[in-house]
Ligand binder design. Sequence first.
Ligand code: ADP
Length: 404
Amino acid sequence: MDTILVVNAGSSSVKFQVFSIEGEGSLRRQIKGQIDGIGSRPRLRASGASGDPLADRAYPIEAVADVPAAMGIAGEWLRNELRIDPIAVGHRVVHGGPDHDGPVLVDHGVVARLERFVSLAPLHQPHNLAPIRTILAGFPGLPQVACFDTAFHRTHSAVADHYAIPHQFYAEGVRRYGFHGLSYEYIAKTLPQVAPDIAKGRVIVAHLGSGASMCALKGGRSIESTMGFTALDGLPMGTRPGQLDPGVVLYLISEKGMSASNVQNFLYRDCGLKGLSGVSNDMRELEASEDPRAKLAIDHFVYRIGLNAGMLAAALQGLDAFVFTAGIGENSASLRARVAEQLGWLGVALDPAENSRHARLISRAGSRIPVYVVPTDEELMIAQHTLTLLMKAPSSNPRQERVS
Ligand code: ADP
């Protein structure tokens, strides 16, 4: 069985999935796993295609001190215990910089170029690149593909891509990149089957997970995103504030004496729903809480989604459909109902029964704007990109050097 391994590495976890290549290049998910608690309480968990548990084991902290070590353990487990021998590996890489508008086959030169973007995504890029380097060193003949969260947004116009700061900064890479691109690309590719009538039109997609953003799609292409230079901008998130007056950052530095790294930690880890509620960054816990600050955090989240929808509708010069996706968007009927209420002025009217049962189409028949719930699948998108590039690269011989 030919397989593709998909890797999504963060600072404290390495998530992985294995897809088998079926007839005519279709892909079937076989394994879903992750090593989390890297450097604290490492644990490997994995399940099979139907959710059947395949592994749940703890490791001593010294055995999994960093991302390369976690990659090594996951690779050994796949090879030695499951006899998984992938013909290629696809990686999620948060930043492709200004030049990458699609995935690329990776070699040492590409890794060196992607290294330049570490300063644009210091909390993500180094961890995304670490497993690529580990595999390049151990299995130099194994094709690897980097898939970028920024690439899908490279279709933005120059006016959308700029900040109103001196041009030299744009030239050196300070641009409104936008993120969650693999998720939006998956939705854009799926919409023609879900709703062929509106797939060519003007659609706002709300990716509401721990990270949250919204994207304006016109004819299936991204024209605007709520995120900009970094994944801090736009909507409030689990632990990130979203849009913030830069004056607040100046206040933290000048009045609170915070260093750059203190501010960075604060903005990435202590703000958003967690900071505002003082209760949790997790929407399920906020929805279950009686604490008025939890209610305020949800109200704020809904309000900002509404404001940003207005902004994206202006960028699109109208609206033909609204799509919810990701953890909160796919699972929280009450949050969707609150957002729909906020969008009532645009002509959104939900069908409460369809919303409660998480149907694909959750708006009423008479709703001027149809509203959909479309589960995202960034890993499948990465596997598809990896397979496509593999097929296009006749020089790469995937059989030459396998993981085992
Ligand atoms: P990420 O991939 O960015 O880590 P997810 O897309 O998995 O995030 O989304 C995580 C968020 O989804 C969390 O805030 C979690 O509480 C929320 N979530 C998941 N299931 C539900 C649910 N049934 N009701 C409300 N929120 C949910």
